[in-house]
Design a protein around this ligand. Structure first.
Ligand SMILES: Nc1nc2c(ncn2[C@@H]2O[C@H](COP(=O)(O)OP(=O)(O)OP(=O)(O)O)[C@@H](O)[C@H]2O)c(=O)[nH]1
Ligand SMILES: [Mg+2]
Length: 360
């Protein structure tokens, strides 16, 4: 948007609550902590992860940060942790156990516990960008991981999760095997051992925290909702299964859900993918989930899109990563949805203002 700074309330957010803040101050009004250099007047992009236990949120964050760094590099921008705390937390909780030790991550502790490192968001400096064809601004991306445990049974003091209401986008990950209809359909074909509650129950809890109906009534913006089938490698492996119906669906090489184009999530790809996943969920009989999204989110003006992704690219071997390494699939898409609409990281130089709906 081509507006002077003072006419753009809400661009600069408090990274701890995601709420709009006075764009001239250097301290977080909620946490009373010093904000990273360059914060005043910046655009703060706020993204929160959601999903049941073991739905893949933390591994997603681990891989997303690496891929975003690569993307920034390709655009001649250095993406860097905006403060010491982000640098340390990413290294200790994500990077070292996963990329260095080639192991999986521990379950994220509930917010009430002393070890709940996710209370401090990960804040990245994405450098300066021309926002929607207008002026140059410093852009920060704030990522909040959450403990699935806290969304499976909401904490007594739900206000600790209020940041979800203010997020620009909530990425709701669900393990395909945690949709009861899908699990029944795939029984015997894919191993269904894993923790975590039913995907629709957790989505209901999330929407109880976001309260899209109340936000609409108050005239407040609603977060976008990216509904993403995680661990998609499990479903893709069905291309070689004895189940003919599944082998045919997943074996369709031309399907958007089977390919990752370069540039990612651009052109007609978002629309195709969205429609394919919606119909796949219908085919999988995940009607309760789809109906919940329609009746509890879309009806209140939440912008919803469907995604698939795999952080690992293949099944882990016990508590270790596959020795052949990881091959992430469509991990960036939900974040690109948001960034592209602000004019950030466009793969082309066409006029930024021509693109889609604005969320700023
Ligand atoms: N096959 C496959 N398994 C995955 C993938 N991502 C995660 N997993 C499995 O899911 C488990 C849980 O992943 P996490 O990222 O720790 O899950 P989480 O959602 O952060 O869980 P909580 O912290 O308990 O809320 C991992 O240990 C893996 O076994 C994936 O891309 N493919
Ligand atoms: Mg976790």
């Amino acid at each position: 948007m081509n507006q002077p700074m003072d006419d753009s309330p809400g661009l600069t957010r408090d990274p701890y609550t995601f709420q709009p803040m006075d764009p001239t101050v250097t301290m977080s009004p909620s946490a009373n902590r010093e904000l990273p250099d360059g914060w005043p007047g910046s655009l703060t992009v706020c993204v929160a992860l959601a999903g049941a236990r073991a739905s893949g949120k933390s591994l997603y964050v681990a891989v997303l940060v690496k891929l975003l760094r690569q993307l920034a590099d390709e655009h001649g921008v250095v993406m860097k942790p905006a403060n010491r705390q982000t640098k340390d937390s990413y290294a200790v909780n994500y990077e070292n156990p996963f990329f260095e030790e080639m192991g999986l991550l521990s379950s994220t502790p509930p917010v009430s516990s002393a070890e709940a490192y996710q209370r401090d968001p990960l804040i990245y400096d994405l450098g300066f960008h021309v926002i929607n064809g207008g002026e140059q601004r410093k852009v920060f991306l704030v990522l909040r991981d959450v403990a699935g445990e806290d969304l499976e049974s909401l904490p007594e003091d739900q206000s600790v999760l209020d940041f979800f209401q203010w997020a620009h986008e909530v990425i709701y990950l669900f393990d395909p095997l945690k949709v009861s209809e899908i699990r029944l359909l795939l029984e015997g074909t894919v191993s269904a051992e894993s923790l975590g509650a039913d995907a629709t129950d957790v989505l209901n809890n999330l929407l109880q925290v976001i309260r899209p109906g109340a936000l609409a009534q108050e005239g407040r913006p609603r977060p976008r909702l990216a509904v993403a089938l995680s661990k998609f490698d499990t479903l893709r492996s069905l291309a070689n299964s004895a189940n003919e119906g599944w082998a045919e669906i997943m074996g369709n090489r031309g399907a958007a859900f089977n390919r990752q184009l370069e540039p990612s999530y651009w052109g007609s790809d978002p629309e195709l993918l969205n429609e394919e996943i919606r119909s796949m969920l219908l085919r999988l009989d995940a009607r309760t989930l789809l109906n919940t999204v329609r009746q509890e989110a879309e009806i209140y003006g939440m912008d919803v899109r469907y995604f698939v992704n795999s952080s690992l690219g293949s099944q882990p071997q016990g508590s270790r990563l596959d020795r052949t390494g990881i091959a992430p699939f469509r991990v960036l898409d939900p974040v690109l949805w948001l960034l592209y609409d602000a004019g950030i990281f466009w793969p082309t130089t066409e006029n930024h203002q021509q693109r889609g709906e604005q969320w700023l």
